[in-house]
Design a protein around this ligand. Structure first.
Ligand SMILES: Cc1cc2nc3c(=O)[nH]c(=O)nc-3n(C[C@H](O)[C@H](O)[C@H](O)COP(=O)(O)O)c2cc1C
Length: 493
């Protein structure tokens, strides 16, 4: 399968014709406006305790598998956060996933929040603010910390040794990741202990100066797994009320222990059945292309939160209910993402080139971009009081600013979140606001090396485009790596 490269779509007419030929709606503004006229430069009030933010760019959480083994930031982490600051974006969503306790890490080099690491995380945040001030002459940022427990995808001590903590036996994911059907599930009392750990972590985050914490409910990690625990018995599974009890109990704990700390939630608002690379393609063109796993039952696939039962369709009934709940809980900051990098990466981070263990894109990646924009717009339309951050824009490349401006101008989202693009070209946000021409050589082309490297136990970074990573010995190692079989499971995010 071959797809038209975005760099070839050099005019607005060509871009519009291409999206039409794909049968998708991807509205864009042909003319970009610099600040202060730009919709992307319109202020937005995110908290009664904070001055309105001066622009609509948000840096999405991006981890690098590069902390110390006791979960403290290294120079590489600091460099990444400084670049987040240099971007010019005013909303910093999480920095990156930070485990609330060591056994909940997705990899042995993930940041951990605890008493001993708190001063290091405070310094990390300050270095981001200093970098922002040096580039933009202001320090008016709103910075959150993403709190996580990796659940099914825990690998806390060794990249090669999974230590999953699961909520229910998922018939497809258990098999894919080598877990027997009777692998023990977390007990209700273990969950209660974890809730207490989240609250402790939130208090520490507030002490370290973070203005909000993200209670991560996305990408197949534990918070997200609760939402699909439809057949877990007991008080944390089954009904919608039970599946959101984990969230509600953490929120009430944080409200009591850390008054004044804002709360956000990053949500996989829809999910698909796991995908795998086609093993026996009917034609060479389909070699390695992603296909949905076979669902053996005649009843619908029940484990996709926001899914319609077909495995690849969307039903936003429960996501709308989830956003209603957030409003009831007084949470306004919501970051919309999709699926999981472990079992259906094409819906989560649309890319032309798959990571080493992924599959060839089963659709033009622009279809995945449009899907996330559309879902975010539908959620925003029904929840105008919430502040929604959209994700998955990096694949737009040259057209990112035009689509972003349109999304904000037409109210399809409140913030445009940037992930991979910030690794290659953080100043894109500032350049757009200043009306500068994009630096084409720095635009992320979705080579997925930032994902392949950690798959192979190397630190993440933009090896193809960032001179700093190009010079590192890992760049040479990466060139000689062979693709995986496609079934191995190592940390993708
Ligand atoms: C290398 C890498 C690290 C990531 N780390 C995180 C993370 O720590 N937390 C999270 O919620 N998402 C993480 N993501 C997902 C991104 O935040 C984002 O949703 C995704 O890359 C799609 O946005 P984009 O198209 O702008 O890249 C990561 C993605 C990549 C490629």
């Amino acid at each position: 399968m071959t797809y038209t490269r975005i760099a070839q779509l050099r005019t607005a007419t060509l871009f519009a014709q291409h999206t039409q030929s794909l049968g998708i709606t991807l509205d864009f503004d042909a003319e970009l406006l610099p600040a202060p006229a730009s919709p992307l430069a319109q202020p937005c009030s995110v908290s009664p305790r904070h001055a309105p933010l001066a622009n609509r760019f948000c840096v999405l959480p991006m981890e690098g598998w590069d902390a110390t083994t006791d979960g403290k930031p290294t120079e590489l982490v600091t460099r990444r956060w400084q670049r987040f600051g240099q971007s010019g974006a005013k909303l910093i969503w999480g920095g990156e996933a930070v485990a609330v306790r060591p056994d909940g890490r997705a990899n042995p080099r993930q940041l951990v929040i605890n008493q001993s690491n708190r001063p290091d995380l405070a310094r990390l945040r300050e270095s981001l603010i200093r970098a922002h001030a040096a580039r933009c002459n202001t320090d008016d940022l709103f910075i959150g910390l993403q709190l996580t427990h990796s659940g099914r995808f825990c690998r806390p001590t060794d990249n090669q040794r999974p230590a999953p903590q699961i909520l229910y036996a998922h018939p497809l994911l258990n098999r894919r990741f080598g877990l027997p059907d009777n692998h023990p599930v977390m007990t209700d009392s273990e969950i209660e202990q974890l809730i207490a750990d989240y609250v402790k972590a939130a208090v520490l985050a507030q002490e370290a100066g973070f203005q909000f914490v993200d209670l991560k409910h996305c990408h197949g990690y534990l918070g997200h797994e609760f939402l699909s625990a439809v057949d877990r018995p007991g008080k944390y599974g089954g009904s919608f009320a039970n599946r959101t009890r984990f969230l509600r109990e953490i929120v009430s704990g944080i409200r009591a222990a850390a008054p004044g700390l804002e709360i956000g939630v990053r949500l996989s608002a829809f999910d698909f059945i796991p995908f795998h690379p086609s093993p026996e393609p009917s034609s060479l063109a389909l070699k390695g292309v992603g296909f949905p796993d076979h669902w053996p039952s005649t009843s619908g696939y029940p484990y996709a939160f926001g899914g319609d039962g077909t495995g690849t369709g969307i039903d936003l009934t429960e996501p709308h209910q989830f956003l209603d709940l957030l409003e009831d809980l007084g949470i306004r900051l919501v970051n919309i993402t999709a699926g999981s990098p472990y079992y259906n990466p094409h819906i989560q981070r649309p890319a032309l080139f798959p990571p080493s263990d992924g599959y060839q894109p089963p659709e033009d990646p622009l279809v995945g971009v449009a899907r996330q924009i559309d879902v975010t717009a539908k959620l925003k339309a029904k929840h105008p009081n919430l502040l929604l951050v959209g994700s998955g824009y990096s694949y737009l490349q040259e057209w990112l600013p035009n689509v972003a401006q349109n999304v904000i101008r037409t109210g399809k989202a409140d913030f445009v979140g940037l992930g991979r693009m910030v690794l290659t070209y953080p100043e894109l946000c500032a350049d757009v606001l200043e009306g500068k021409t994009l630096q084409r050589k720095r635009i992320c082309r979705t080579f997925s090396d930032c994902t392949t490297a950690p798959r192979k136990g190397l630190v993440s970074g933009c090896y193809p485009l960032d001179e700093f990573y190009k010079q590192r010995p890992e760049a040479e190692q990466l060139k000689h790596l062979q693709p995986d079989s496609g079934t191995e499971s190592s940390p993708l995010e």
